[in-house]
Design a protein around this ligand. Structure first.
Ligand code: ASP
Ligand code: MG
Length: 423
């Protein structure tokens, strides 16, 4: 059986991180000894540190006609990886040949170029880690997801073809020589005609879940720089509590409300096969962390605070005093869907509809489209705070001193759209 481990960028941001990954991998490998024939560890890795952001900048510079800046940024990225390789005792050029040139083609769209360039972060990190583990004496295979995880060509947000991908991954698994470790990329896939795609920022958790599903894994573990799933963001709340056990449904709700802990698409593929998902601290691999599984049957027992930043509240009003609601809902949501907005909250009155959305690059075009049918106004610089398991006292404290643009509360859950403090 397969066990899937996922390491994010922060966990492999330097040579010490890669050595720590080796340590965690060895704990699992030793744990499984004597290795049965069918037991392998599938290690899914993100780009190292902030490489994805840096690769995004390369393309931005090219697009802005700043070729020299683009090249400097590219060289910095290569140097960063070369320095890590050297520290790990690997020889750049002979052990690993990194991509030499920026894979930019002016004939392609911005988004297609994005995927060809940005996907290299994961290619480089997994090459380095695979070779390093090999040199440390483990048996390793490096898998190239663009050839295995089949997607359509919705650049930057490619949709996975599960049937084709599952077949390819399972065939790879059957063919492989059952190494102790398979090292592969999160976040990226490829089209039928061999072009690389990306699944959306922070998408490597999702890859790990898909691989777990395709291979009927025993478990999936996401190694993070936090002790597990906490009831609040430790950067925002002084006293946080670890949630040791969660139901799948609670995990879905938490991640959709904006908890940055796991990608929202991660849960469904695991829930479908009742595969447990662990979230554990990479700095302390023996610690329990959090477990999301079918065996948990109780709701989360502590109040949970989830902030979703960078929100925009769009309010639509009918142009001709008609009732917006009944007549226009499908039109509004059609526009929202076509422009790939992510809705975090909806509120309606007799004559207006307000939607709170993530303030992404898709928003300006969507607003233009909405303006063709409605009177549109909007507020930006907002955050959405969701409190699950709230009490009147907790809610009062959350409201105190804040400008609340909109609120929705049920007995146990409160959702507040809050104006960001400007100071
Ligand atoms: N490297 C990608 C990103 O930073 C994917 C991931 O980390 O999950 O968005
Ligand atoms: Mg990342």
């Amino acid at each position: 059986m397969a066990i899937v481990y996922k390491f994010g960028g922060a966990s492999v941001k330097d040579a010490a991180g890669v050595r720590n990954l080796e340590h965690i991998v060895r704990l699992a490998v030793n744990d499984q000894s004597p290795m049965t024939n069918d037991h392998s560890l599938m290690v899914v890795v993100s780009a190292m540190g902030k490489t994805t952001n840096a690769l995004e900048r390369v393309l931005e510079f090219i697009h802005a006609g700043k070729e020299e800046e683009a090249l400097n940024q590219w060289v910095d990225i290569i140097d960063f990886h070369v320095a890590i390789m050297r520290e790990l005792g690997l020889q750049p050029g002979s052990d690993i040949r990194l991509q030499g040139e920026i894979p930019y083609d002016p004939a392609r769209s911005y988004d297609e170029n994005y995927d060809q360039i940005v996907s290299l972060g994961e290619i480089m990190s997994t090459q380095i880690i695979a070779v390093y583990l090999l040199k440390q004496g483990l048996s390793v295979e490096w898998w190239n997801m663009p050839k295995l995880l089949r997607t359509d060509d919705t650049w930057r947000e490619a949709q996975v073809d599960n049937a084709a991908s599952a077949a390819a991954i399972r065939a790879g698994w059957q063919r492989s020589n059952r190494p102790q470790v398979v090292v592969t990329q999160g976040f990226i896939g490829g089209t039928a005609d061999g072009r690389r795609t990306t699944l959306g920022r922070e998408g490597s958790d999702y890859t790990a879940a898909l691989l777990g599903n395709y291979l009927d894994a025993e478990s999936v573990t996401i190694w993070k720089d936090v002790p597990g799933i906490l009831n609040a963001d430790p950067r925002l709340e002084p006293d946080t509590i670890l949630i040791p056990e969660l139901r799948y449904s609670d995990a879905v709700e938490l991640s959709y409300s904006g908890a940055q802990i796991i990608h929202p698409k991660t849960i469904r593929p695991l829930e479908n096969k009742r595969i447990p998902l662990y979230v554990k601290p990479f700095g302390n691999p023996e610690a329990g962390g959090s477990c999301i599984s079918a065996a948990v049957d109780h709701p989360v027992e502590v109040p949970v605070f989830i902030w979703r930043k960078n929100q925009l509240l769009i309010t639509m009003r009918a142009k001709d005093f008609a009732f917006v609601l009944e007549e226009s809902l499908s039109e509004i949501f059609d526009i929202i869907h076509r422009h790939r907005l992510r809705v975090s909250l909806i509120q309606s009155s007799a004559v207006t509809i307000s939607v709170c959305v993530d303030n992404t690059r898709f928003v300006p075009a969507a607003i233009e489209a909405l303006k063709e049918h409605f009177l549109v106004s909007y507020n930006d610089q907002l955050s959405l705070l969701t409190i699950r398991g709230t009490t009147p006292e907790i809610l009062d404290r959350a409201r105190a001193g804040r400008t609340i643009m909109l609120s929705q509360t049920t007995r146990r859950t409160a959702r507040l759209v809050i104006k960001n403090e400007t100071n």
